[in-house]
Design a protein around this ligand. Structure first.
Ligand code: FMN
Length: 332
Protein backbone atom coordinates (compact mmCIF):
# COMPACT_ATOMS: atom_id res chain seq x y z
CA UNK A 1 0.00 0.00 0.00
CA UNK A 2 1.25 3.47 -0.88
CA UNK A 3 -0.56 6.56 0.30
CA UNK A 4 -2.14 8.74 -2.36
CA UNK A 5 -0.10 11.59 -0.85
CA UNK A 6 3.18 9.82 -1.67
CA UNK A 7 2.17 8.86 -5.20
CA UNK A 8 0.81 12.30 -6.14
CA UNK A 9 3.26 14.42 -4.11
CA UNK A 10 0.67 15.75 -1.65
CA UNK A 11 0.69 16.53 2.06
CA UNK A 12 -2.59 14.71 2.63
CA UNK A 13 -4.17 11.74 0.83
CA UNK A 14 -7.24 13.65 -0.26
CA UNK A 15 -8.44 14.18 -3.83
CA UNK A 16 -11.06 16.70 -4.91
CA UNK A 17 -13.23 15.45 -7.77
CA UNK A 18 -12.84 17.36 -11.03
CA UNK A 19 -16.50 18.27 -11.45
CA UNK A 20 -17.47 19.71 -14.84
CA UNK A 21 -18.79 23.28 -14.44
CA UNK A 22 -18.36 23.27 -10.64
CA UNK A 23 -14.63 22.66 -10.23
CA UNK A 24 -12.88 25.53 -11.97
CA UNK A 25 -9.32 26.69 -11.42
CA UNK A 26 -10.21 28.64 -8.25
CA UNK A 27 -11.39 25.51 -6.42
CA UNK A 28 -8.63 23.27 -7.78
CA UNK A 29 -5.88 25.72 -6.83
CA UNK A 30 -7.32 26.34 -3.36
CA UNK A 31 -7.39 22.59 -2.67
CA UNK A 32 -3.87 22.01 -3.99
CA UNK A 33 -2.51 25.02 -2.12
CA UNK A 34 -3.98 23.50 1.06
CA UNK A 35 -1.93 20.32 0.51
CA UNK A 36 -4.46 17.97 -1.18
CA UNK A 37 -5.04 17.26 -4.89
CA UNK A 38 -7.22 19.86 -6.58
CA UNK A 39 -8.64 19.05 -9.99
CA UNK A 40 -10.47 21.05 -12.68
CA UNK A 41 -13.37 19.54 -14.58
CA UNK A 42 -12.45 19.36 -18.27
CA UNK A 43 -15.83 17.86 -19.35
CA UNK A 44 -16.38 18.94 -22.99
CA UNK A 45 -13.86 21.78 -23.05
CA UNK A 46 -11.37 21.75 -25.92
CA UNK A 47 -9.34 24.28 -27.89
CA UNK A 48 -9.28 27.85 -26.57
CA UNK A 49 -11.76 27.16 -23.75
CA UNK A 50 -9.60 24.32 -22.38
CA UNK A 51 -6.41 26.37 -22.83
CA UNK A 52 -7.92 29.20 -20.80
CA UNK A 53 -8.71 27.01 -17.80
CA UNK A 54 -5.30 25.24 -18.01
CA UNK A 55 -3.53 28.60 -17.99
CA UNK A 56 -5.46 29.75 -14.89
CA UNK A 57 -4.79 26.39 -13.21
CA UNK A 58 -1.03 26.44 -13.65
CA UNK A 59 -0.81 30.13 -12.73
CA UNK A 60 -2.81 29.59 -9.52
CA UNK A 61 -0.73 26.88 -7.87
CA UNK A 62 2.78 25.49 -8.09
CA UNK A 63 1.69 22.27 -6.33
CA UNK A 64 0.52 18.96 -7.84
CA UNK A 65 -2.96 19.36 -9.36
CA UNK A 66 -5.17 17.49 -11.86
CA UNK A 67 -7.35 17.81 -14.94
CA UNK A 68 -10.42 15.55 -15.15
CA UNK A 69 -11.66 14.17 -18.46
CA UNK A 70 -14.62 11.90 -19.26
CA UNK A 71 -13.88 9.43 -22.09
CA UNK A 72 -17.48 8.36 -22.72
CA UNK A 73 -18.78 11.92 -23.01
CA UNK A 74 -16.40 13.14 -25.70
CA UNK A 75 -15.45 9.94 -27.57
CA UNK A 76 -11.94 8.74 -28.48
CA UNK A 77 -10.95 11.42 -31.02
CA UNK A 78 -11.98 14.41 -28.93
CA UNK A 79 -10.41 12.77 -25.86
CA UNK A 80 -7.12 12.48 -27.76
CA UNK A 81 -7.29 16.20 -28.51
CA UNK A 82 -8.00 17.03 -24.87
CA UNK A 83 -5.18 14.79 -23.61
CA UNK A 84 -2.72 16.25 -26.13
CA UNK A 85 -3.61 19.76 -24.99
CA UNK A 86 -3.14 18.96 -21.32
CA UNK A 87 0.23 17.30 -21.98
CA UNK A 88 1.40 20.17 -24.22
CA UNK A 89 0.16 23.07 -22.14
CA UNK A 90 0.88 22.04 -18.55
CA UNK A 91 3.97 21.09 -16.52
CA UNK A 92 4.61 17.54 -15.28
CA UNK A 93 3.11 18.21 -11.82
CA UNK A 94 -0.33 18.19 -13.52
CA UNK A 95 -1.87 14.69 -13.51
CA UNK A 96 -4.71 13.38 -15.66
CA UNK A 97 -7.81 12.04 -14.01
CA UNK A 98 -10.43 10.04 -15.92
CA UNK A 99 -14.04 9.22 -15.08
CA UNK A 100 -14.27 5.65 -16.41
CA UNK A 101 -11.71 3.76 -18.42
CA UNK A 102 -9.92 5.38 -21.35
CA UNK A 103 -8.50 3.20 -24.15
CA UNK A 104 -5.12 1.57 -23.47
CA UNK A 105 -3.54 3.92 -26.04
CA UNK A 106 -4.42 6.84 -23.74
CA UNK A 107 -2.73 5.20 -20.74
CA UNK A 108 0.35 4.59 -22.91
CA UNK A 109 0.49 8.17 -24.12
CA UNK A 110 0.13 9.67 -20.64
CA UNK A 111 2.59 7.19 -19.10
CA UNK A 112 5.19 7.92 -21.80
CA UNK A 113 4.82 11.62 -21.01
CA UNK A 114 5.73 10.80 -17.41
CA UNK A 115 2.40 11.94 -16.00
CA UNK A 116 0.46 10.19 -13.25
CA UNK A 117 -2.95 8.80 -14.26
CA UNK A 118 -5.89 8.65 -11.84
CA UNK A 119 -8.90 6.59 -12.95
CA UNK A 120 -12.28 6.38 -11.21
CA UNK A 121 -13.86 2.95 -11.66
CA UNK A 122 -17.03 1.18 -10.52
CA UNK A 123 -16.02 -2.47 -10.94
CA UNK A 124 -13.31 -4.87 -9.82
CA UNK A 125 -12.44 -5.65 -13.43
CA UNK A 126 -11.79 -2.01 -14.35
CA UNK A 127 -9.89 -1.40 -11.13
CA UNK A 128 -7.53 -4.30 -11.79
CA UNK A 129 -7.00 -3.14 -15.39
CA UNK A 130 -6.30 0.48 -14.37
CA UNK A 131 -3.86 -0.60 -11.63
CA UNK A 132 -2.04 -2.77 -14.16
CA UNK A 133 -1.53 0.36 -16.22
CA UNK A 134 0.04 2.19 -13.27
CA UNK A 135 -2.96 4.32 -12.34
CA UNK A 136 -4.11 5.50 -8.95
CA UNK A 137 -7.45 3.66 -8.72
CA UNK A 138 -10.46 5.55 -7.37
CA UNK A 139 -13.12 3.04 -6.32
CA UNK A 140 -16.54 4.69 -6.64
CA UNK A 141 -19.49 3.29 -4.70
CA UNK A 142 -23.17 3.87 -5.42
CA UNK A 143 -23.32 6.32 -2.49
CA UNK A 144 -21.60 8.84 -4.79
CA UNK A 145 -23.08 12.03 -6.18
CA UNK A 146 -23.08 12.43 -9.95
CA UNK A 147 -22.80 9.69 -12.55
CA UNK A 148 -22.39 6.15 -11.28
CA UNK A 149 -19.84 3.77 -12.75
CA UNK A 150 -21.00 0.56 -11.07
CA UNK A 151 -23.42 -1.15 -8.73
CA UNK A 152 -21.32 -1.89 -5.62
CA UNK A 153 -21.26 -0.13 -2.30
CA UNK A 154 -18.03 1.82 -1.76
CA UNK A 155 -16.42 -0.29 0.95
CA UNK A 156 -17.37 -3.58 -0.75
CA UNK A 157 -15.55 -2.44 -3.90
CA UNK A 158 -12.59 -1.06 -1.93
CA UNK A 159 -12.28 -4.32 0.03
CA UNK A 160 -12.50 -6.51 -3.08
CA UNK A 161 -9.89 -4.43 -4.91
CA UNK A 162 -7.54 -4.37 -1.90
CA UNK A 163 -7.61 -8.16 -1.73
CA UNK A 164 -6.62 -8.45 -5.39
CA UNK A 165 -4.26 -5.46 -5.44
CA UNK A 166 -2.28 -5.40 -2.17
CA UNK A 167 0.26 -2.90 -3.55
CA UNK A 168 -1.95 -0.58 -5.59
CA UNK A 169 -2.73 2.98 -4.58
CA UNK A 170 -6.46 2.79 -3.91
CA UNK A 171 -8.69 5.79 -3.20
CA UNK A 172 -12.29 5.50 -1.93
CA UNK A 173 -15.09 7.63 -3.36
CA UNK A 174 -18.79 7.99 -2.64
CA UNK A 175 -20.73 9.10 0.39
CA UNK A 176 -17.80 10.57 2.33
CA UNK A 177 -18.92 13.76 4.06
CA UNK A 178 -17.07 13.54 7.37
CA UNK A 179 -13.65 12.49 8.70
CA UNK A 180 -15.40 9.57 10.49
CA UNK A 181 -16.73 8.25 7.17
CA UNK A 182 -13.28 8.72 5.61
CA UNK A 183 -11.83 6.62 8.46
CA UNK A 184 -14.33 3.85 7.63
CA UNK A 185 -13.13 3.85 4.00
CA UNK A 186 -9.51 3.61 5.17
CA UNK A 187 -10.45 0.68 7.43
CA UNK A 188 -11.96 -1.05 4.37
CA UNK A 189 -8.55 -0.83 2.68
CA UNK A 190 -8.29 2.58 1.00
CA UNK A 191 -5.08 4.65 0.89
CA UNK A 192 -6.94 7.94 0.60
CA UNK A 193 -10.33 9.44 -0.28
CA UNK A 194 -11.92 11.47 -3.08
CA UNK A 195 -14.65 13.97 -2.26
CA UNK A 196 -17.17 15.54 -4.63
CA UNK A 197 -20.25 16.86 -2.81
CA UNK A 198 -18.16 18.18 0.12
CA UNK A 199 -16.44 20.52 -2.36
CA UNK A 200 -19.64 21.54 -4.20
CA UNK A 201 -20.42 23.75 -1.20
CA UNK A 202 -16.91 25.22 -0.90
CA UNK A 203 -16.69 29.02 -1.27
CA UNK A 204 -14.41 28.54 -4.29
CA UNK A 205 -16.80 26.15 -6.09
CA UNK A 206 -18.65 27.54 -9.12
CA UNK A 207 -21.90 25.78 -8.18
CA UNK A 208 -24.97 28.05 -8.25
CA UNK A 209 -25.86 29.49 -4.81
CA UNK A 210 -29.22 27.70 -4.95
CA UNK A 211 -27.47 24.38 -5.61
CA UNK A 212 -25.11 24.94 -2.65
CA UNK A 213 -27.93 25.77 -0.25
CA UNK A 214 -29.97 22.77 -1.45
CA UNK A 215 -26.98 20.48 -0.68
CA UNK A 216 -26.38 21.90 2.81
CA UNK A 217 -30.11 21.58 3.63
CA UNK A 218 -30.44 18.01 2.31
CA UNK A 219 -29.90 14.63 3.89
CA UNK A 220 -29.27 11.32 2.10
CA UNK A 221 -32.98 10.50 1.85
CA UNK A 222 -33.39 13.57 -0.39
CA UNK A 223 -31.13 11.98 -3.05
CA UNK A 224 -32.28 9.57 -5.77
CA UNK A 225 -30.61 7.49 -8.46
CA UNK A 226 -32.19 8.34 -11.81
CA UNK A 227 -31.45 8.53 -15.54
CA UNK A 228 -33.55 11.58 -16.41
CA UNK A 229 -30.74 14.16 -16.81
CA UNK A 230 -29.57 12.60 -20.05
CA UNK A 231 -29.33 15.53 -22.49
CA UNK A 232 -25.62 15.85 -23.26
CA UNK A 233 -24.64 12.65 -21.38
CA UNK A 234 -27.04 9.78 -22.16
CA UNK A 235 -27.00 6.22 -20.85
CA UNK A 236 -25.52 6.50 -17.39
CA UNK A 237 -27.42 6.62 -14.10
CA UNK A 238 -26.69 9.46 -11.71
CA UNK A 239 -27.38 10.39 -8.08
CA UNK A 240 -29.04 13.79 -7.70
CA UNK A 241 -31.28 15.66 -5.30
CA UNK A 242 -34.90 14.73 -6.03
CA UNK A 243 -36.58 17.44 -8.14
CA UNK A 244 -39.81 17.98 -10.08
CA UNK A 245 -37.93 16.58 -13.09
CA UNK A 246 -36.95 13.32 -11.34
CA UNK A 247 -40.53 12.99 -10.07
CA UNK A 248 -42.05 13.40 -13.54
CA UNK A 249 -39.80 12.36 -16.45
CA UNK A 250 -42.79 12.99 -18.75
CA UNK A 251 -42.47 16.80 -18.40
CA UNK A 252 -41.67 18.54 -21.72
CA UNK A 253 -37.93 18.95 -22.45
CA UNK A 254 -38.30 22.68 -23.06
CA UNK A 255 -35.72 25.35 -22.21
CA UNK A 256 -35.77 26.27 -18.53
CA UNK A 257 -32.67 28.44 -18.25
CA UNK A 258 -29.54 29.99 -19.68
CA UNK A 259 -25.88 29.56 -18.89
CA UNK A 260 -22.42 30.66 -20.01
CA UNK A 261 -19.41 28.32 -20.38
CA UNK A 262 -16.00 29.97 -20.87
CA UNK A 263 -17.65 33.06 -22.38
CA UNK A 264 -20.09 31.22 -24.66
CA UNK A 265 -23.86 31.41 -23.99
CA UNK A 266 -26.10 28.31 -24.02
CA UNK A 267 -29.80 27.60 -23.42
CA UNK A 268 -30.44 24.89 -20.79
CA UNK A 269 -33.19 22.38 -21.60
CA UNK A 270 -35.06 20.58 -18.82
CA UNK A 271 -33.27 17.20 -18.37
CA UNK A 272 -29.88 18.66 -19.39
CA UNK A 273 -26.89 16.89 -17.77
CA UNK A 274 -25.29 20.32 -17.14
CA UNK A 275 -25.08 21.41 -13.48
CA UNK A 276 -26.28 24.92 -12.57
CA UNK A 277 -23.27 27.18 -12.00
CA UNK A 278 -22.86 30.77 -10.84
CA UNK A 279 -23.35 31.70 -14.56
CA UNK A 280 -26.72 29.90 -14.81
CA UNK A 281 -30.15 31.52 -14.47
CA UNK A 282 -33.66 30.09 -14.68
CA UNK A 283 -35.33 27.20 -12.87
CA UNK A 284 -32.29 26.05 -10.91
CA UNK A 285 -34.47 23.85 -8.71
CA UNK A 286 -35.35 21.63 -11.70
CA UNK A 287 -31.79 21.21 -12.99
CA UNK A 288 -29.30 18.37 -12.38
CA UNK A 289 -28.31 18.85 -8.72
CA UNK A 290 -25.75 16.02 -8.45
CA UNK A 291 -25.37 15.10 -4.81
CA UNK A 292 -23.98 12.15 -2.85
CA UNK A 293 -25.35 10.48 0.28
CA UNK A 294 -22.51 12.41 1.92
CA UNK A 295 -24.84 15.45 2.04
CA UNK A 296 -26.22 14.27 5.40
CA UNK A 297 -22.88 15.31 6.93
CA UNK A 298 -22.39 18.49 4.87
CA UNK A 299 -24.29 21.27 6.56
CA UNK A 300 -22.50 24.53 5.86
CA UNK A 301 -20.60 26.38 3.17
CA UNK A 302 -16.90 26.51 4.03
CA UNK A 303 -13.61 27.31 2.37
CA UNK A 304 -11.80 24.55 0.48
CA UNK A 305 -8.84 24.78 2.88
CA UNK A 306 -11.17 24.11 5.83
CA UNK A 307 -12.42 20.91 4.16
CA UNK A 308 -8.83 19.76 3.63
CA UNK A 309 -7.84 20.61 7.23
CA UNK A 310 -10.84 18.76 8.69
CA UNK A 311 -10.07 15.55 6.78
CA UNK A 312 -6.28 15.79 7.23
CA UNK A 313 -6.77 14.68 10.86
CA UNK A 314 -7.64 11.14 9.74
CA UNK A 315 -5.91 10.74 6.38
CA UNK A 316 -2.36 9.57 5.71
CA UNK A 317 0.25 12.10 4.65
CA UNK A 318 3.29 11.35 2.53
CA UNK A 319 5.39 8.54 4.00
CA UNK A 320 8.77 9.77 5.26
CA UNK A 321 11.70 8.58 3.16
CA UNK A 322 13.22 5.54 4.91
CA UNK A 323 16.73 5.98 6.29
CA UNK A 324 18.32 3.38 3.99
CA UNK A 325 16.53 4.92 0.91
CA UNK A 326 17.90 8.33 1.90
CA UNK A 327 21.39 6.86 2.27
CA UNK A 328 21.07 5.13 -1.12
CA UNK A 329 20.00 8.35 -2.80
CA UNK A 330 23.29 9.93 -1.76
CA UNK A 331 25.33 7.16 -3.36
CA UNK A 332 26.70 8.17 -6.77
C1 FMN B 1 -21.75 18.04 -8.75
C2 FMN B 1 -20.94 16.85 -9.13
C3 FMN B 1 -20.34 16.81 -10.38
C4 FMN B 1 -19.51 15.73 -10.73
N1 FMN B 1 -18.86 15.76 -11.94
C5 FMN B 1 -17.89 14.84 -12.18
C6 FMN B 1 -17.02 14.98 -13.31
O1 FMN B 1 -17.16 15.91 -14.13
N2 FMN B 1 -16.03 14.06 -13.45
C7 FMN B 1 -15.83 13.04 -12.56
O2 FMN B 1 -14.86 12.28 -12.68
N3 FMN B 1 -16.69 12.86 -11.52
C8 FMN B 1 -17.67 13.74 -11.30
N4 FMN B 1 -18.49 13.59 -10.18
C9 FMN B 1 -18.42 12.35 -9.36
C10 FMN B 1 -17.28 12.35 -8.36
O3 FMN B 1 -16.08 12.10 -9.05
C11 FMN B 1 -17.41 11.31 -7.25
O4 FMN B 1 -17.66 10.03 -7.76
C12 FMN B 1 -18.47 11.64 -6.21
O5 FMN B 1 -18.59 13.03 -6.02
C13 FMN B 1 -18.14 10.97 -4.89
O6 FMN B 1 -19.24 10.99 -4.01
P1 FMN B 1 -19.56 12.23 -3.04
O7 FMN B 1 -20.19 13.26 -3.92
O8 FMN B 1 -20.51 11.67 -2.03
O9 FMN B 1 -18.27 12.71 -2.44
C14 FMN B 1 -19.34 14.64 -9.83
C15 FMN B 1 -19.98 14.69 -8.58
C16 FMN B 1 -20.76 15.75 -8.22
C17 FMN B 1 -21.40 15.77 -6.86
Amino acid sequence: MRSAASVLGLQVSLLQSGMGGVAGSELACAVSNAGAAGCVGGYKLVGGALSAILARLTAGTDRPVGVNLIPEVVGPEELDRQVAQVLDETPSRVHLSFFGMPDDSVFDRVNVAGRQVVVQVGSVQDGVHAAGRGAVVVAQGTEAGGHLLGTSRRDDLVGALRTLLPDACLVASGGIGSPEEAARALAAGADGVLLGTAFVVAHQSRAHAGFKSAVTAADRTDTVITDVYEIGWPGRRHRVLATAATADPGLPAKFIGRTVVEGKPYLVPRFSAAVPTEATSGRIEEMALYCGRSCSEINEEVSAADVVAAFARVLPGAEPVKTNERAESHVG
